[in-house]
Design a protein around this ligand. Structure first.
Ligand code: SAH
Ligand code: SF4
Ligand code: F3S
Length: 444
């Protein structure tokens, strides 16, 4: 019998890191580790990091600074805190991390998480462990499936990596080339999730709609076909997917939005910018007009579709006129929700070498864009008032007797309901709306 040890995992970045953190916790559970909520007194601390923007990457080093006294305290008490850095900073910086932060014992890239138990074991003897290879095998094949009851809404990684090489982005370097998991494995994992209480699954991939996994018939299946197969699973009531690239929205996926009722009417489809000149410099390989026509086709298939996106302002060479084209695209398309960022130069990516837009211009453009996006989000949320929406109740809300769940459009929705309703999809009449959430009343 192995003795119980404490594992603290802190997750940064995208939903795939959230999923990976859960799987690392599963991998370590087999070695006797139980997850804890704070790093104090932990035997193993894992920072699952993000490299997408400079700020995201720098957070890791400040967190490591905060961990140092905790590791020292643990040592004084006769114990040992092994500190690991996982995720995209681990992949991008490798052994450099240990040089800059000697506290770190383990550096493990996203494709090597099945090696974590062995790395953590070896690190206890004091030798630094650096693992940033891209092994050929599926990391998830080697991690035992999670046991026991699960939250009603869960993630499932179906695809990883990216072959697109947008000029600003580190993901093709940190996550590697596109790899899709086979259909049968995904159906089996989804079935076991549903058996453990999951009713909504969000399919994840850096470029999820580029999914091209081997089907049971030996041919390659696209995401639309995978979604249709998953929708047949008894008890699985909702499906979502994220994040997509406009150029991979094929006819089968678009038609799934029209005729698979489990597929929620919500789509995160980043366009990044509205000017063709900037789109070209970004290596997005589509024009503004292509995006417009695509959105029209998807909305024809699913008229209720709520659209989300990502935008970058201040890409190298972006002029005020270019930026105004982003503003007009946002006005033309209309978003229910969106993320927007100042361009952040990333070492090793082509755009980092370009003529940089001054910081003040970036800040002013971001503020202008965010005002517009916020206004659209508030208007969308308010348009839901008076409607009755199906809400999947996920967990207790802040107030007593309150639960919070998600509408079909991913809006957090608060209702007065009892705790045993968690995991159910209830009908809620929407009676209030703010920028970030809805208030609903259960309809009997
Ligand atoms: N796989 C996703 C992108 C992941 S990164 C996709 O293709 O949509 C999430 C978002 O971060 C991107 O859509 C982009 O808007 C933003 N982003 C990526 N690199 C960036 C950079 N260097 N500076 C600012 N924002 C960036
Ligand atoms: Fe990055 Fe997405 Fe472009 Fe891939 S498609 S390079 S993940 S922004
Ligand atoms: Fe960040 Fe890596 Fe995800 S860079 S956004 S954690 S793929």
């Amino acid at each position: 019998m192995t003795e119980t040890k404490k594992l603290y995992v802190k997750t940064y970045g995208c939903q795939m890191n959230v999923y990976d953190s859960e799987r690392m916790t599963d991998a370590m559970a087999a070695d006797g580790y139980v997850a804890v909520d704070t790093p104090e007194d932990a035997d193993l601390v894992i920072l699952n990091t993000c490299h997408i923007r400079e700020k995201a990457a720098e957070k890791v080093y400040s967190e490591l600074g905060r961990l140092r006294p905790l590791a020292e305290a643990k040592k004084k008490a006769g114990g040992q805190m092994v500190v690991g850095v996982a995720g995209c900073v681990a992949q991008a910086e490798g052994a450099e991390i240990v040089k800059r932060a000697p506290l770190v014992d383990v550096v493990v890239g996203p494709q090597a998480y099945h090696r974590l138990p062995a790395l953590a074991r070896d690190a206890r003897s004091g030798a630094k462990q650096i693992e940033t290879e891209f092994p050929a095998e599926d990391k998830f094949d080697h991690i035992p499936a999670p046991k026991g009851r699960r939250a009603p809404a869960a993630f499932l990684t179906v695809q990883e990596g990216c072959d697109k090489f947008c000029a600003f982005c580190v993901v093709p370097y940190t996550r590697g080339a596109e790899v899709s998991r086979p259909v049968e494995k995904l159906v089996a994992e989804a079935r076991s999730m549903v058996a453990n209480g999951v009713v909504e699954i969000t399919l994840l991939g850096q470029n999820v709609n580029a999914y091209h996994g081997v089907g049971p018939d030996g041919s390659e299946w696209g995401l639309g076909r995978l979604i249709r197969a998953l929708s047949e699973i008894e008890g699985l009531q909702r499906l979502r997917y994220t994040t997509s690239h406009p150029n991979d929205m094929d006819a089968e996926l678009i038609s799934a939005h029209g005729d698979v009722p489990e597929l929620m009417p919500y789509l995160h489809l980043p366009v990044q910018a509205g000017s063709d000149r900037v789109l070209k410099a970004m290596n997005r390989k589509h024009t503004r007009d292509d995006y417009h026509r695509l959105i029209e086709r998807i909305r024809n298939a699913q008229p209720d579709l709520a659209l989300s996106g990502d935008f970058i302002v201040g890409f190298p060479g972006e002029t005020d006129a270019d930026f105004q084209e982003t503003m007009s695209l946002v006005r033309d398309i209309g978003y229910a929700q969106a993320f927007s960022f100042k361009y952040s130069p990333r070492p090793g990516t082509p755009a980092a070498e370009g003529a940089q837009v001054p910081e003040e211009a970036k800040a002013a453009r971001l503020a202008e864009l965010q005002d517009l996006l916020s206004a659209q989000q508030i208007a969308f949320n308010q348009s839901c008032i008076g409607q009755t929406l199906p809400v999947l109740l996920e967990k207790p809300g802040k107030e007593a007797g309150q639960l919070v769940g998600r509408s079909p459009f991913l809006q957090p929705t608060h209702v007065q309901a009892s705790a045993e309703q968690v995991g159910r999809i209830v009908a809620a009449e929407i009676v209030g709306a703010t920028k970030n959430s809805l208030a609903g009343r259960l309809v009997a």
